[in-house]
Design a protein around this ligand. Sequence first.
Ligand code: M6R
Length: 608
Amino acid sequence: MCGIVGYIGKRDCADVLMDGLEKLEYRGYDSAGIAVFENNLIKTVKTRGKLACMKEKLETEGKPQGFCGIGHTRWATHGEPSDINSHPHSNGRVTIVHNGIIENYAELKTFLKEKGYAFISQTDSEVVACLLDYYYSERNPLRAITEVVKELRGSFALGILFKDFPDRVYAVRKASPLIVGVGDSEYFIASDIPAFLKYTKNYVLLEDDEIVCMEENGASFFDVHGLEIKKTVQTAEWDVEQAQKQGFPHFMLKEIHEQPKVVEKTLKSIVKNGVPDFSEIGFTDEFMRGINRIFVVACGTAMHAGIIARYAIENLARVPVTVETASEFRYMNPIVDKNDLVILVSQSGETADTKAGLELAKEMGAKTLAVVNVKYSAIARAADMCINTLAGPEIAVASTKAYTVQIAVLYLIAFRLAFARGKINEDELKKLTADIEKAPDAIAAILKKEDECKFIASKLVNVEKLFFIGRGFDYALSLEGSLKLKEITYIHSEAYAAGELKHGTISLIEDGNPVITLATQEDVLPKTISNMEEVKARGATIIAITRKETQFAENTVDMRFDIDNLLPDALTPLATVCALQLIAYYTSVLRGIDPDKPRNLAKSVTTE
Ligand code: M6R
């Protein structure tokens, strides 16, 4: 939920930390701070507000001068966004930054108060700083950390400075991401690789309870007992340009425009000899034949990708699919067994509920398959099998390209399942694969009509509420279109199966309410058109997203956006979604909102 960074080396530490925080701001942006050793003393600067406020404060107060320090960008969980609640937190001897949630912080706080500690913030994180101080003795930081790790419940990634060691940064993690960047006589810690990509592509993954001690001349790694361990240095495939705006005004727009390329790349990574082939990860035809049921467990946009998967898999492969919101799945005592496949879909691979769903599925004996964009993430590593989507870093809070590659992969799974289970023959499999390979062109065709989306957006700027309706794949996509719009425009929006609206919700339709109608599915088109006419008759303004040749009765449709005929109906969501993303993006910008950092949200949701 928050982003943490740390650095030791020869560069200006404050600059490196601020640079890293800028790359991690997607993880939280309600306050920020850094702590740097300056002449052997820790100097902390922190403030409420986005990183821009922090930059201003550094300019007015002066930047700490030094080569070793830690930094934080916050998404508040305990205590409102305020200067005091901002990280780093310190008690004098120990200064920390924390990402995660300490579940037993209240009892630890009571214990520490009894021992004479006083607290100034409302955060769970300050408790960690005090607990480290409590266990710190005989100038032994490692022992203090190992003791604290044993006491903490919940999730944490910690960057730690000990006042007595101005030439070291310590860090430890459990159930929150933390990566160690390995440069040339310089070391970094970060919640995500883009924070240090500019300086090095080499990194070490910390596992749960592992500790790193970074000094200028080396990094040492320890287990929870304080015993030194060896770690492997890996090299990131992402490069620095991918994590920059490259001339686009926002990451979201850049990421929308990357879709033809990343969909092509993802498809190419799976399609071999004209057909999808997952055998490399053990997802073989034989395995597919043995599956009784499929569950897709995910959150938000990734869960919406699961709903597309349900339509595709059930239609083609005739395997029953249940799509569950991960936060429900984990507590609903689901009926899952060893013959089931549980697919976890996640861009970040670190969403707490999805990860818990994965653990539950494994406990219940099901096989697990992760569809994840971040290769080194917890979900990618913990699942039995993993398909890595190749969207590259997604920085904007609103997920766009990650969704499109997720559905591309899920379609390929549907195709191969159908083939493995004898529902289609090889020629049909090849035809479907050739069809989906047209998706990059179909997406590019939509992106060429960006101005039309902008025009539709200009008509939505001042509305208070709107609806999305559709049937079949269009319904599944409506859910995503509606989420995208509401999360970055703050306009109340609801998505409905077109036939369901009249069972209650139609009473909300008033004169002029926009209803975005997705009407791309031939088999249900007359029904969708009837539903559209029902709302039109009640005063709605109809915006139809449809195929070029679709005819509507005169005066039914107020605006239309046409999808080219490059994909068969079942695959149109791959293209249509881009129009919905652009409409949401431009509505947000025209309303004066920063679509990359909508209020109250953060990119990765590592809390329940
Ligand atoms: O990283 P994940 O894909 O697991 O994240 C899931 C959701 O938090 C995410 O899709 C969220 O709904 C986005 N803000 C949607 O744009």
